[in-house]
Design a protein around this ligand. Structure first.
Ligand code: UDP
Length: 234
């Protein structure tokens, strides 16, 4: 396998499937099956999930909540998604543990990088919830941070599109895809691969990012085997 330890970032929206919100159990089961296959091939899988299918702090602020409260609600949403994924993984026969950056035992165990690495070494999936645990951040930044902390070989960002494009391919049909692109070029072109904080953190710590389409079953495994899938940000 090309990668031995990965940090997989899944957006909350991707869990919503075609319904656009909530949690789609078929989508969840498909992710769980693919993750289980990866672990069966010897890959250690850490996961960070977003919460956008349930709540985003910015949307809360627009509704009159203060930003910190809205972000706390968003972080709780990531815990809901993490519990749903753990359940789907266990259903698929893959043991997993939910770690929370904000103490809320017994819903999840307190996160520490050491605990996450132990979990991975036991052959379990480590689902690291609450993003960074602080308001004003995103789960993209949370996943960059966790990828660095657990010394992952790569941070995989599973999305609906199959890589980084010159423009949003869902809006601009003339957009072309990059096979590889540097962190600096992502920033200079203002590409919305990840937020700037997450991109800068990966850059400062030389954590490569691979943006790929997680909704095509088989992609994750082929990528782990070394096939050229998605876009590498380096
Ligand atoms: N959030 C936060 N700190 C973090 C990560 C997330 O406050 O470190 C909150 C923030 O309000 C965010 C919400 O949790 O809007 C859901 O996360 P995100 O928007 O990153 O989810 P995604 O877009 O990946 O579904």
């Amino acid at each position: 396998m090309k990668y031995k330890r990965i940090l997989l970032k899944l957006s909350g929206e991707s869990l919503a499937g075609s319904q656009g919100q909530g949690i789609d159990s078929a989508r969840l089961a498909s992710y769980a099956a693919q993750i289980r296959e990866a672990v069966a091939l010897g890959v250690q899988v850490g996961i960070v999930i977003g919460g956008g299918n349930i709540f985003r702090g910015v949307a809360g602020a627009a509704k009159g909540f203060d930003r910190v409260t809205g972000d706390q609600m968003g972080m709780l949403a990531t815990v809901i998604n993490s519990l749903a994924l753990r359940s789907a993984l266990e259903e698929a026969g893959q043991p997993a543990r939910v770690l929370t950056a904000i103490g809320m035992f017994p819903i999840g165990e307190p996160y520490s990088s050491r605990r996450a690495i132990e979990t991975l070494e036991e052959g379990r999936v480590a689902i690291m919830s609450c993003g960074t645990g602080s308001p004003y951040f995103t789960t993209d930044t949370g996943s960059a941070l966790r990828a660095i902390e657990i010394q992952a070989d790569v941070m995989l960002k599973g999305t609906r599109v199959d890589g980084v494009y010159t423009a949003d391919p869902e809006k601009d049909p003339s957009a072309t895809k990059f096979d590889r692109i540097s962190y600096l070029e992502v920033m200079a072109r203002g590409l919305k691969v990840m937020d700037l904080t997450a991109t800068a953190l990966c850059k400062e710590n030389s954590m490569p990012i691979c943006v790929f389409d997680m909704d095509t079953p088989g992609n994750l495994l082929n990528l782990l085997k070394g096939e050229k899938i998605g876009t590498i940000v380096y």
